[in-house]
Design a protein around this ligand. Sequence first.
Ligand code: SF4
Length: 407
Amino acid sequence: MKKTNTYLHNPGYLKIELMLKGVRVDGKVLKKAGFDKCRDVANIACGLDIILPHNTWVTAPYAQDFVNDSPYELIEKDGGFFITDGNKSVKVSIAPIPEFYRLKTTSGVQLSKIGLVHGGYVAITPATQCDFFNKDIECRYCAGNLDINKGKGTVYTVEDVLETVEAAYKEGKAEVVYLSIGFSETADGGVEFLKPYIRAIKKHFNTLVAVEALPPKENKWIDETYAIGADSVLYNLEIFDPKLFEEICPGRAALIGRKRYLDALKYAATVFPSGTVASHLIVGLEPIESTVEGIDFLAGMGVVPILPVYRPSPRAKLPHYKTPSTEVVAPVYGYLYRAVTANKINISWVRDISVVTTPLEGRFFIDDNARVKTFVQNFYKSRLGLKAAWSLATLRRKLRVKVSSRE
Ligand code: SF4
């Protein structure tokens, strides 16, 4: 019982616990939280977006069977919400389902199909096709969340995407727009496809744009990604161990290659501002020592490692992998925090993400002294800070692109 209480009062631990185990919630409480219609509105297997102390966002599963075994329950008392382990409780807030999920684009597409909010950003995949999908080379952990549509995928127009961003922006849900693309075998890594979307969003909204793409074959496309307006770029290696990378990500290994991922990340870190180039390493799909090696390697070249935890999905082709325990994964985030700060990487850009523990949240796994030192970074968590970040990003890009075009 003592151990659970320790987790309950540390937002970092509690976030991991809730992501892995989910939260039990009674139908009446769910209704009071405004979530009873979630599936109808969003048409997705959504989680409860909970805001823990210290503005720590988490998306907690609540509708799946496994949450019946969770030690955590969401309760409501005197109009407030609490997470309890049956003994102690902690006050939380529930982020309502975005209103824009109910709307449709002019062309008739429900906005929740195009954009999904995960904490402080809205994630949009303009083309849902992935050439790996349903083939021998698909990523073994793939949960098939994309609306792949029998291999053809769906392509949303720039207007569809702009209308979604506008609706999310009006609701204050699009401080960062996260654009991603599945696998497509073009030399530019998908940048040419994303270009009109990025340009249009940057033209119409005062928002930051993060791009999750594939490492392009040549570095000039990385320059181009920055020049057209992306503020942040992610090339997700997923697995650091070379052998496991080939086994678990056969498509990425064969058609892009681990070396190209690392070279592209290294180059991107020289183009984009500190803390805006990132790569996922999935915790739980390789030995922890290997994840730690990956953290050191990426942070050493100025890249932010982002560490999602693997939670098995029925569709994934990894039957022998189990959900890792909080005890095993928590220290990795403390290590991550130390690695990025030791390498003087700005950790304020990757923040307020509800589906993954951010490097900044790694401070919850180390001593209090270090937590205080990061307090100043909260400046960037405020709206004022984001506006400042946006202005600086625009100025930096103008200067850099001007210099590059002279070269
Ligand atoms: S790139 Fe991999 S994880 Fe992503 S949709 Fe394709 S197969 Fe799935």
